[in-house]
Design a protein around this ligand. Structure first.
Ligand SMILES: [Zn+2]
Length: 391
């Protein structure tokens, strides 16, 4: 082999080695830097709380962005908000794994456009396939296949749920062996469709069962609560909602502009949910739900997941999340209230997933009984999915 080829090959191999090592380091630093907790584990609760919490038959969380960071969730981590070992420790039966595809630079709560993107660099830096560097659709499909890969190697500790019969089987299996957890896939912002209605089917085929029209910026479907125009549903958006309903995919109204929420509620024929939110009644800002929207979502058989970070509940502890749960329960009934933590969504959470008993402790203080707590902590999500997933 000529010397120049040898030098070229050695240089390429060295570059690739540096890239691979760099991706591991970048994944660690970005992930641990963005997903902090206000209180570190372990968490202290009373014996009564622990007895109640760890005997809950079905704890569920409607929102986690953990797939974004290329964290190996098979392993236990000292940073971030969850992984399979911590989910099992936390008696978490079901996690919605929600996919982020694009976020604007200088992201803020009330004025973002779609001209810039943080996720391109993240995909490159965390060693994702080149297809994900340029395509929002590919970013979604890659994160789906990563979840299936975790499930495959988990030796039965994690499974992916896509329909009612899988969920029923899982509930039965877990009643015998609680040493397992499960997830279902969602999307934050349907820019992943890349403007093509046929990609609703592509998302469904990849395992996705829940999608939110918008995330941090207005897109082809309509307005974001954090966008520039904050408009309602476009004709394309209406077409997508109709298609999703026909396939029994769940529409998530998190991050939607108020006009978009109204428009979706006007045309929806199936129950809707809000995967991670707060309520204006305890924390009045653009990302949280008004009383009127809470009432309309509940009237249609929907549920709302209350989150665990400051901008959602105006506080940095479990009591603030419990207050928002109480407000929503008093207004629309506890049967419509759930958890939607937003774990690993570039937030500072009150605690990691093993801190969920702290919420139960606060709910007991607020006068909730065991039946209500079981419903809010996951029973409502289980029942919603048993009704609304494809059969
Ligand atoms: Zn979000």
């Amino acid at each position: 082999m000529p010397k120049t080829y040898k030098i070229l090959i050695i240089s390429l191999l060295s570059l690739m080695t540096v890239y691979v090592i760099g991706t591991k380091l970048a994944a660690y630093f970005v992930d641990s830097g963005y997903n902090k907790v206000a209180q570190k584990p372990p968490y202290r609760t009373t014996a009564q709380v622990r007895a109640l919490y760890y005997n809950l038959p079905f704890v569920a969380d409607l929102h986690s962005d953990v797939l974004l960071w290329n964290r190996n969730i098979e392993k236990r981590h000292k940073y971030g908000h969850e992984d399979i070992p911590r989910m099992i420790d936390a008696n978490l039966a079901l996690q919605a794994f929600t996919i982020v595809s694009k976020t604007p630079k200088n992201m803020n709560f009330d004025h973002n456009d779609d001209k810039t993107d943080n996720i391109t660099a993240l995909m490159f830096a965390t060693g994702r396939p080149p297809s994900t560097w340029f395509s929002l659709k590919e970013r979604a499909l890659e994160q789906c296949s990563e979840l299936y890969q975790y499930a495959r190697v988990s030796k039965g500790r994690l499974r992916v749920i896509t329909n009612q019969s899988e969920l029923k089987r899982y509930i039965k299996d877990r009643s015998v062996n609680p040493n397992q957890t499960a997830g279902f896939l969602g999307v934050e912002g349907m820019q992943v469709l890349e403007g093509d209605i046929n990609n609703v089917q592509a998302m469904f085929d990849a395992g996705i069962r829940m999608m939110a029209p918008t995330h941090f910026f207005d897109n082809k479907l309509g307005g974001s609560a954090h966008g520039i125009n904050k408009g309602g549903l476009t004709p394309f958006g209406a077409e997508v909602i109709k298609k999703m309903e026909s396939m029994h995919m769940i529409v998530d109204l998190a991050h939607a502009s108020p006009a978009l929420i109204d428009d979706v509620l006007d045309i929806a024929t199936r129950p809707l949910l809000v995967s991670h939110t707060g309520v204006k009644g305890t924390c009045n800002n653009v990302r949280n739900l008004s009383d009127e929207h809470l009432k309309r979502i509940a009237a249609g058989g929907g549920i709302v997941g209350i989150a665990v970070f400051e901008q959602a509940v105006c506080g940095t502890d479990a009591a603030s999340t419990a207050q928002a749960i109480k407000y929503a329960s008093d207004l629309i009934g506890y049967e419509h209230v759930a958890l939607g933590s937003d774990f690993d969504g570039a937030i500072q959470a009150h605690f990691d997933v093993t801190g969920f008993p702290l919420i139960v402790q606060e709910l007991l203080k607020l006068g909730f009984n065991e039946k209500e707590i079981a419903a809010i902590m996951g029973g409502n999500v289980r029942d919603f999915l048993l009704k609304n997933l494809p059969e």
